[in-house]
Design a protein around this ligand. Sequence first.
Ligand code: BMP
Length: 228
Amino acid sequence: MPRDLRDFGKNKQSWVILALDYAPRADPLSEWQALIEKTMHLLAGVKLGLPAFLRIGPDGTKQLIEEFKGKLYFLADFKLADIHEVVQEELRLIENLGFDGAIIHLFPRCIEEPLHTQLEVFGLVSMSCKESLVDHHLDELSGYASKLGLKGVVVGATKPESIKRVRKMLQDAVILSPGVGVQGAAPGSALAAGADFEIIGRSVIYSVDPLSELEKVVRAQRLVRHEG
Ligand code: BMP
């Protein structure tokens, strides 16, 4: 049964979702297992994107999720963007892999009614890169996410004004913010703007000391949470 992402944040006092895209060494599955084992007390969840899925396949994905089930939230980031029926089928297969949540694109606007799934579904309403067309439709996409009854939305951490705007529009939505670290946003800054979780990849994955890198991030987040 998928779980509530906010509960993981509360229990761990960490609002970090670790993005697994890269595997600097030879065997991605065992490398990620070791990294998660060492850092999971500082992580609310783990996000697996297409690069991770292509590296370890469905069996490796299931194995990784099974190993840490209940200890971490597992988010599938395949940024689904298709007609309603196909997205519905993709979500069913993602759920079968054991994931708790999934990210979808909203720009196709092909979904006409709430999706049937146990997964928590997050819609992308803004991207962390500078010139994304998606960002020209922030209000419209946020309204659409709300109409579909999605659990939350993705808004780039590099765009704090967009986070503030979406937070005002969608008071109960869980806002996930990628772009902390290598893309330039400071740890804790997206939370300060109103996001619920920060998605962080390379600055941890490529660090010579991922544990202390994460400790720095979580310290900054706790300051924001406890001051705010
Ligand atoms: P990194 O911290 O290495 O830049 O990773 C950011 C992660 O967030 C990547 O997995 C990327 O796919 C995702 N992401 C992003 O960077 N910007 C967006 O607008 C949406 C994303 O999902």
